[in-house]
Design a binder for this molecule. Structure first.
Ligand code: HEM
Length: 483
């Protein structure tokens, strides 16, 4: 009878503490203690969350253990929350794993004054190197020439493009932050790439979930989550060595790269109130640029190749447009994009279907807000469900089928869509959006200009995704032949 009493007591306490508050958004009935942990299919969380919107509406709530979350769906609600009420939703929740690695520094997981200053600086530096005199355009085109050599070395035989595409995209970030690229075989570079690969895999694993759910326990227990600390420390040390070299031959009148600009900012902001520019933040910001800017862009390119082998007739139309506008005797340039509506539409459609960051990154309310007729109190985790918008049947003619026509009008001109939000929206909008678009256009167009992609004979492309840090294709092999 004592056991029965204990169970009844526990369940009542849980009911009183964890029940859904009155004006809170609705949601499915919760199990005691665990809440809705078992309502999700962890191989396709974004699909589960989108289905729940069909049942409970565009603003609904879930409880993960004792933590309440509100999931936002559809373009109207997302814009209302992230843009119109953006000031109340600019913060990130404090996740134990990210906290123990970044200590509240950098851009992606920082908040308040640190986030404001670091984001503003990163944006201005990206503008400087992205599109000004020191444009990354030639850097990207130059990197492509190294990739051509690698592609040609396979002589039309099947190979997995994953590693080389990762290297190519990571080298663009290396050029941006360090001022130089690495040879693909360089041991230091290979190590850096392996650390990032291993870290991203661990970040998406059950260990990361356990760490964030039971931080006090997990900080004491051994396990793969401990490797994660170790790996990120290696990356920080790697960046530290580059930083040391930059300091040794630093010339304020010649800012070669992101680190040079940052060193300058440390000097000029010295003594200012609430100044957050120091070497520790520099290292974290550089790490964030790698973290946010490599895997995302390279995964998108891997999807682009897959869609082109699945739809050879679309690939041929892209190539015909390239031949007409650029020809074979010069490299593509960003100026060509305006004259290439079909290619532009194909890239947008790849990004829509690939949906590589399906739930954006989490936000948290910094004060009570009203949304969709409900009250969401301060301190509730907000999940912007980008999937619900990118596959909304009210927004797209054939939401589940690859169709460049989604971005073309009757005359074949490129048309924007308000529901195209793979970079999210509002105060935390992806800060690498312009760089990502530049890389996607220049790399994709260069690949299509030089090569034709096909599946190895007898093999069908698998379009299914792997749920992880990004939605990525399963490993695959392609054949590339020179055009
Ligand atoms: C944040 C998507 C490439 C840097 C984000 C977010 C998304 C996103 C969905 C979260 C926004 C939010 O919290 O609501 C993408 C996609 C990319 C891409 C789809 C490529 C196809 C890049 C690149 C860089 C970058 C190339 C930098 C070089 C960042 C940073 C953040 C971010 C620093 C955090 C912004 C903040 O917290 O204020 N990105 N991204 N991203 N992205 Fe990207």
């Amino acid at each position: 009878s004592f056991l029965l009493f204990a169970v009844v007591f526990l369940l009542s306490a849980d009911y009183i503490k964890n029940r859904r508050p009155g004006s809170f958004p609705p949601g499915p009935p919760a199990l005691p203690i665990v809440g809705h942990i078992f309502n999700l299919d962890y191989k396709r969380v974004h699909v589960s969350l989108t289905q729940l919107a069909g049942r409970y509406g565009d603003v609904y709530s879930l409880r993960m253990g004792h933590r309440w979350m509100v999931v936002l769906n559809g373009i109207t609600v997302l814009k209302e929350a992230l843009v119109t009420q953006g000031d109340s939703l600019a913060d990130r929740p404090d996740l134990p794993l990210q906290h123990d690695i970044a200590h509240g520094l950098g851009v992606i997981f920082s908040n308040g004054n640190t986030w404001k200053q670091q984001r503003r600086f990163a944006l201005s530096a990206l503008r400087h190197f992205g599109f000004g005199k020191k444009s990354l355009e030639p850097v990207i085109l130059d990197e492509f020439t190294y990739c051509v050599k690698d592609f040609n070395s396979h002589k039309g035989k099947p190979f997995d493009p994953h590693l080389i595409v990762n290297n190519v995209v990571s080298n663009v970030i290396c050029s941006l932050v360090f001022g130089h690229r690495f040879e693909y075989g360089d041991e230091k570079f290979l190590k850096l790439m392996k650390w990032f690969g291993d870290a991203l895999e661990l970040e998406a694993s059950i260990w990361a979930q356990l760490y964030n759910s039971f931080p006090v326990l997990m900080r004491r227990l051994p396990g793969p989550h401990k490797d994660l600390q170790h790996i990120w420390n290696n990356v920080k040390d790697f960046i530290g060595v580059e930083l040391k070299e930059h300091k040794q031959n630093w010339d304020p009148s010649d800012q070669r790269d992101y680190i040079d600009c940052y060193l300058n900012e440390i000097q000029t902001s010295k003594g200012q109130a609430d100044n957050t520019f120091d070497e520790e933040n520099l290292v974290l910001c550089v790490l964030d640029l790698f973290l946010a800017g490599s895997e995302t862009t390279s995964t998108t390119l891997r999807w682009a190749f897959l869609y082109m082998v699945k739809y050879p007739e679309i690939q041929a139309k892209v190539q015909a447009e390239i031949d007409r506008v650029i020809g074979q005797s010069r490299l593509p340039s960003m100026e060509d994009r305006a004259n290439m509506p079909y290619t532009d539409a194909v890239i947008h459609e790849v990004q829509r279907m690939a949906n590589i960051v399906p739930l954006s990154l989490p936000h948290i309310t910094s004060k009570d807000i009203q949304l969709g007729g409900y009250t969401i109190p301060k301190g509730v985790t907000i999940i912007p469900n980008l999937t619900s918008v990118l596959f909304d049947k009210n927004e797209w003619e054939t939401p589940d089928t690859f169709n460049p026509g989604h971005f073309l009008n009757a005359e074949g001109k490129f048309v924007k869509s308000a529901a195209f939000i793979p970079f999210s929206a509002g105060k935390r909008l992806c800060l690498g959006e312009n760089l990502a678009k530049m890389e996607l256009f220049l790399f994709f167009t260069s690949f299509m200009q030089r090569f034709t992609f096909s599946m190895p004979p007898g093999v069908k492309p698998v379009m299914d995704f792997r749920f992880g840090i990004t939605l990525a294709p399963f490993p695959y092999e392609v054949c590339v032949t020179s055009r």
